[in-house]
Write a protein that binds this ligand. Structure first.
Ligand SMILES: Cc1cc2nc3c(=O)[nH]c(=O)nc-3n(C[C@H](O)[C@H](O)[C@H](O)COP(=O)(O)OP(=O)(O)OC[C@H]3O[C@@H](n4cnc5c(N)ncnc54)[C@H](O)[C@@H]3O)c2cc1C
Length: 439
């Protein structure tokens, strides 16, 4: 039996969850059961996979099992950007073809989520307001924004190039030199979205929450062990993202990353006036490691997502969160001098997975075991489409998007630890130093 050594251990300070409608999680599993399908991980990929499996096989049973409550994992603690356009793509033919694939996959995910939000009236602040991709330095403009602009032109995607005052008037503050606005990104409250998706699953899906899987038998039949019951299933779908290695999947192919985010208290009417600019916006930095992702939310808070680190133990302490909060406050104060006294109300940590070559882990990884993991920081779209297509693949349903997904490849091998630890930390330090002007 494979013992799962590291289990999710989320802090209780996720602002998106605390600000969304309270929800009572489904009961934990407390008996031995069997099912046709078991999906492990109630994030974006697991919710999408369970829903589509149930739709394809209405007479079969699907069990979805989640260690915490849905909306409390990374799925509910990200920055809430469902991004359609790829950026930082070169203009070579192969890269352009991949950019087209990314576009088709991301748009299919947004369309799926949009349908669910409308059909089930999920109150998640869904807002297709687009996003600004912005740079602070001339180097950032030259190395990131200009190639992105070229890519968008080759893709014939609409965009607006904004410099200086034109950008400042949209955002209300002056930190960035230039930005590219694209209209397709949807901004939302990710915890509210996932809670709504969990509560609208088809009737042949049974969701168990607060039920960590602690062991996996896969010899002969698939059997999962949880603290108070077991699940025997014909087929297993693993959608545990950064926890995949715990299950023996994508070993030495996934880099675990911790990221912190904060939300301020809501701005008062006079503070909103002092800030000016659009009533809500989302901004991704030219350099995602060094820069700050920011939002002005519908309820007039400012989101700061900053500080990524390599975290193989998948845990961050309260002290580290407190340090992150202090940094976020300082960065906020520097950027918004007109908003003196606005404090960070919520600060939380989340864990995500990236691969060296930017590919997702997708496919049948052993007989009757399927997996969609490692969505490289854009899981709102990529985990969703990964989950949907995994269900298609497992049920033998043809879908032209499967070819797009498979053509993007698999996460490439990484050196074993401790070489990996040294390599990643050195790379991060170099990235932080070389792109420091983009902070
Ligand atoms: C701070 C931050 C900001 C981000 N911003 C964005 C953004 O703006 N846009 C975007 O697209 N992406 C963003 N991301 C990335 C995004 O959150 C992830 O890509 C996404 O959550 C991946 O979805 P998933 O379903 O694959 O995995 P997860 O959301 O991580 O879900 C996996 C689930 O598996 C469960 N699990 C793990 N082990 C077990 C076990 N043993 N038993 C049972 N259950 C288990 C976990 O509890 C978890 O809920 C951000 C991430 C962070 C941390």
């Amino acid at each position: 039996m494979k013992h799962i050594k590291i289990l999710p251990n989320n802090d209780k300070t996720n602002g998106w969850s605390l600000l969304s409608k309270p929800r009572t999680p489904n009961p934990a599993l407390c008996q031995d059961i069997s099912a046709d399908w078991v999906v492990v991980g109630g994030g974006l990929a697991g919710l999408a996979a369970a829903r589509r499996l149930a739709e394809h096989r209405p007479h079969e049973s699907v069990v979805l099992v989640e260690a915490d409550a849905v909306g409390e994992g990374a799925q509910g603690r990200n920055s809430g950007f469902a991004i359609d356009v790829p950026h930082n793509v070169g203009s070579a033919m192969g890269e352009m073809e991949n950019a087209q694939r990314h576009l088709r996959l991301s748009r299919a995910a947004i369309s799926h989520l949009s349908d669910q939000v409308k059909t089930h009236q999920i109150q998640c602040d869904w807002n297709q307001s687009g996003k600004f991709h912005a740079a602070v330095s001339d180097k950032g403009i030259r190395q990131i924004l200009q190639p992105t602009r070229k890519t968008l032109e080759s893709l014939k995607e609409p965009y607006e190039w904004l410099e200086g005052k034109a950008l400042h008037q949209k955002l209300g503050f002056t930190h960035f030199k230039a930005g590219i606005y694209t209209p397709g990104t949807v901004l939302l409250n990710p915890s509210a979205l996932c809670k709504g998706l969990a509560d609208s699953l088809p009737s042949n899906v049974v969701l168990y929450e607060k039920t960590p899987v602690t062991g996996l038998h896969q010899e002969g039949q698939i059997k999962l062990v949880t603290p108070k019951g077991t699940i025997t299933a014909k087929k297993l779908v693993l959608t545990v993202n950064v926890f995949a290695e715990q299950f023996g999947a994508y070993k030495e192919r996934i880099i675990p990353i911790a990221a912190h985010a904060s939300l301020t208290r809501p701005l008062t009417a006079s503070e909103q006036e002092a800030l000016g600019g659009l009533q809500s916006w989302g901004l991704t930095p030219a350099n995602a490691f060094v820069g700050i992702t920011m939002r002005r939310t519908n309820d007039q808070r400012i989101l700061i997502r900053q500080g990524m680190s390599y975290e193989p133990k998948l845990v961050k302490s309260n002290t580290e969160r407190e340090q992150a909060r202090a940094i976020h406050q300082r960065l906020f104060d520097e950027r918004f001098p007109m908003l003196k006294g606005v404090v960070m109300e919520h600060t939380w940590t989340g864990f995500l997975a990236v691969s060296r070559n930017g590919a997702q882990g997708f496919g049948e990884i052993a007989p009757n075991i399927y997996s969609a993991v490692c969505h490289n920081g854009v899981g709102l779209t990529k985990a969703t489409i990964g989950g949907l297509l995994l269900a298609d693949l497992a049920c033998g349903i043809s879908n032209p998007l499967l070819e797009d997904m498979q053509a993007l490849g698999q996460p490439s091998p990484l050196p074993p630890r401790p070489f990996l630890d040294v390599g990643v930390r050195t790379r991060f330090a170099w990235e932080l130093w070389s792109a420091r002007k983009e902070a």
